[in-house]
Write a protein that binds this ligand. Structure first.
Ligand SMILES: Nc1ncnc2c1ncn2[C@@H]1O[C@H](COP(=O)(O)OP(=O)(O)OP(=O)(O)O)[C@@H](O)[C@H]1O
Ligand SMILES: [Mg+2]
Length: 273
């Protein structure tokens, strides 16, 4: 499951849109795409959202009869896979294969449901519908794991997206066979200052407040948050959980720079990425 906090909406940022376009291109042209970005910028969440993986993961063909239909998943063709820490080629092969089968079974069963039928088979024998496989935590892949992933790509007409930390592109360049198949590279960036303003409006709302940037106190608090988080989503989430706590304990109705700084002191923050 995703590590997003319950009730925290996914914000469609410019970076998410760029990521989605990059995935669409890899899917359309059946290329390998490489996406890298520092920890906490939102790579995993964007990828899960693109694949609608939270939905896919919780549905199963056999249980569809008992739940309201979800026509949105008819268009799903993407498998999201997190490379395990212990990634033998055999494990990767098995796990990706079973996810592709599950996705195809689910989409086919949903078609049945929407046609008013319930007689879909217990074991799915239909065609593989997968068009894109996204491998998260691709830094974990050892050379044989990378070989396995390349084999997976070569054996079927799918696009493949590898997500990792900055530097993965240099590491993969050492494997010419894999690297020569890379069609697109995407650098996942932190939020820009303008976008932070947009995101912070949501955060203020979650605290039951309204932001007013012409008010010096608000502008000062916003500037402090931008400086501390550097547009990093994970830092922002963590900072706001402390801000919420401080404001509740002290029964504060205004989010000031002082509150932001007290919250920052409660966080263990490494060097800002
Ligand atoms: N678009 C978004 N809308 C709302 N919250 C987001 C969004 N993107 C990221 N977040 C928040 O930031 C946190 C970190 O995001 P995520 O786990 O996707 O980062 P990451 O880039 O995959 O990091 P890592 O490299 O450490 O795996 C999420 O748990 C979520 O709370
Ligand atoms: Mg991640």
């Amino acid at each position: 499951m995703s590590n997003r906090l319950e009730g925290d909406p996914f914000l469609v940022t410019k970076e998410h849109r760029r990521f989605a376009e990059f995935c669409d291109a890899c899917r359309r042209y059946r290329y390998i795409g490489l996406c890298y970005g520092v920890p906490g910028v939102g790579k995993t969440l964007s990828a899960r959202t693109y694949a609608q993986w939270d939905r896919i993961e919780t549905l199963s063909p056999q249980l569809l009869a008992g739940v309201p239909p979800v026509p949105e998943i008819l268009a799903c063709r993407t498998v999201f896979y997190t490379a395990p820490v212990n990634n033998s080629p055999h494990t990767i092969h098995q796990e990706v294969r079973s996810r592709r089968r599950d996705l195809s079974a689910l989409v086919s069963a949903m078609r049945w449901v929407l046609d008013g039928r319930t007689d879909y088979p217990l074991t799915f024998q239909g065609a593989d519908l997968t068009e894109l496989v996204i491998v998260d935590e691709a830094d974990r892949l050892k050379p044989v794991g990378l070989e396995q992933v390349r084999d997976l790509y070569d054996r079927s007409t799918i696009g493949l997206v590898l997500i990792g930390m900055p530097g993965i592109e240099k590491r993969l360049a050492r494997y010419p066979q894999l690297y020569s198949r890379v069609g697109f590279v995407h650098h996942f960036q932190p939020l820009s200052v303008e976008e932070m303003h947009f995101v912070l409006r949501h955060k203020w709302q979650q605290l039951g407040l309204t932001i007013d940037l012409s008010d010096f106190t608000d502008a000062e608090a916003v500037a402090a948050i931008i400086r501390i988080t550097g547009g990093n989503f994970r830092l922002l989430q963590r900072l706001f959980s402390q801000i919420g706590r401080i404001m509740a304990i002290n029964e504060l109705r205004t989010l000031t720079k002082e509150v932001v700084e007290s919250a920052r002191e409660l966080l263990v923050i490494g060097p800002t990425p």
